[in-house]
Design a protein around this ligand. Structure first.
Ligand SMILES: *Cc1c(COP(=O)(O)O)cnc(C)c1O
Length: 485
């Protein structure tokens, strides 16, 4: 199976190579040339088999060149690190409404669904391509991705991971999760500045040809673990296909997805294109409602203020994965995708034609809610359903409540409420508490246990105290490659 770039100016590559590269050399994102379809036998397996079997099936559809037994072991190991028998259980909160809980992994956010598996698949891709150089994964994070990447890649041979987080831009719990990370191949540094400074620093390093040449001379290749890498989307297809097949009963299953970079919901679209009974995909935005506006009007406009919200993992204006949808919705018209991306870069806005918009709207709905609405949604769900939501999933719940009933509906839940305990407390009528104290306070107020990975945090030793300016992120590499400068 060949993978092509959404911008059409890079040579097609095999799947394994697409995973290793992350981003296509023309700046586009990789997609398989043809989206494979599930056979009836595969649908039965996805519906009735174990989660690991379902994940193996999806991996084999997209990476048929990888050897089966090592892939099977990778999948087993990845999903054995979740806190229950099913890594993606569904809680029924009302008639016809289920919540798909994607936060039972080691870092308590949905990023684990992909970042437990992808780091185990990447070495198989490297072996298949005869790539013996070390891979250095650079990650800029506003919180959830960094920790999930650290935990996923920890002690994976041949790979080092470097996470850069904004010194003043993550919560106390998120910082503690990262600076106490175990593993011999991980580094964490605070970048002085905000998330954009960290992101810019990483992008500059990834795009620095001279640096790449120097590193390659020393046996190192840089890569990325953001959702621009197709390897991050692939494992997410599994839970959409499986959930839709399980709940369908002959109907299409609608999903409401709290969205930021559009990676989660796009995996739902891929599952649908593969033949899973997925109905409408509803994109839920917070105050940074650039996606909801686009899906309503066909105009993508980032010339607007950036809001810092209580659902920070959705605070994003440039949603990378929308580019993949544009490519798919235009039957692979890379020329048009390129023109839109050029408009975005040069003018901060692009507008798609009415035919493309109509095609997108045939599959996608959208809605948004502000901070007040998010708080109200958390309180309402707790009061009416006895079910506790985190502030990201609550955005989805608020949007879901505005929808007319239409067959089985699934709210995709992206984080454990404990990860954002401070902002969840008021929803259950408890007094304010900060940081770690908020975890216990939330547990006392709800009777729910603090997830083990968060409960153990205060006792763990801090391993990483390094702080860098955004112009010198390579600093953390000095002891690995002495004399690099
Ligand atoms: C990353 C994240 C999102 C947004 O997912 P995208 O794939 O970027 O759309 C939503 N909620 C939480 C908790 C996240 O960590």
């Amino acid at each position: 199976m060949r993978y092509v770039s959404t911008r059409g100016q890079a040579a097609p590559v095999g799947g394994a190579e697409a995973m290793i590269r992350g981003l296509a050399p023309d700046g586009g994102l990789y997609l398989p040339e043809e989206i494979p379809a599930f056979t009836e036998a595969e649908k039965s397996l996805l519906r009735d088999g174990s989660y690991a079997d379902a994940a193996l099936c999806v991996c084999e559809k997209f990476l048929p060149e990888l050897p089966r037994e090592p892939l099977r072991a990778a999948v087993r190991e990845a999903y054995s690190r979740f806190d229950g028998p099913d890594p993606a259980p569904i809680a029924r909160i009302a008639e016809g409404v289920g919540v798909l809980e994607l936060w039972h992994g080691p870092t308590c956010a949905f990023k684990d669904m992909a970042l437990q598996l992808f780091p185990r698949v990447l070495p198989l891709c490297k072996a298949r391509e005869g790539e013996t150089r070390e891979t250095w994964i650079l990650v800029a994070t506003s919180g959830d991705t960094g920790k999930a990447a650290l935990e996923g890649f920890r002690d994976v041979p041949g790979i080092h991971v470097f996470v850069y987080y904004p010194k003043d831009g993550v919560s106390e719990v998120q910082r503690a999760q990262m600076v106490t990370q175990r593993g011999g191949n991980v580094r964490v540094a605070a970048v002085r500045g905000n998330f954009d400074d960290a992101q810019t620093a990483v992008k500059r390093a990834l795009g620095d040809g001279a640096l790449a040449a120097r590193l390659e001379g020393r046996g190192v290749r840089l890569s990325s673990a953001n959702s621009i890498n197709f390897g991050r989307l692939l494992p997410q297809i599994v839970y959409y296909a499986r959930t839709a097949l399980r709940l369908s009963g002959g109907e299409l299953v609608r999903f409401v997805v709290p969205s930021g970079n559009f990676g989660n919901i796009l995996a739902g679209y891929l599952a649908k294109r593969m033949g899973a009974p997925v109905g409408e995909l509803v994109c839920a935005s917070n105050e940074n409602r650039v996606l909801a506006d686009f899906l309503a009007t066909g105009v993508y406009d980032v010339r607007r203020p950036f809001h810092k919200t209580i659902s920070p993992s959705m605070d994003i204006l440039v949603s990378s994965n929308l580019e993949r949808l544009l490519f798919l919705a235009t039957d692979g018209n890379a020329e048009r995708v390129r023109a839109w991306m050029r408009d975005l870069r040069e003018r901060g806005v692009y507008a798609v034609d009415s035919e493309t918009l109509a095609r997108i709207r045939a599959d996608f709905g959208a809605g948004s809610c502000d901070g007040e609405g998010t708080r109200r949604a958390m309180a309402a769900c707790w009061r009416e359903n006895g079910y506790l939501l985190d502030p990201h999933t609550a955005v989805g719940f608020a949007v879901l409540r505005e929808l007319a009933p239409k067959g089985p509906t699934v709210l995709v839940s992206t984080a454990s409420p404990f990860k954002f305990a401070q902002d969840v407390l008021p929803a259950v009528g408890a007094p304010r508490a900060d940081g770690f104290a908020a975890l216990d306070a939330l547990s006392r107020a709800t009777g729910l246990p603090v997830p083990t990975p968060l409960a153990e945090l205060p006792g763990l030793p801090v391993r990483f105290r390094e702080e860098v300016a955004s112009g010198e992120i390579e600093k953390a590499w000095a002891d690995l490659l002495p004399g690099l400068g």
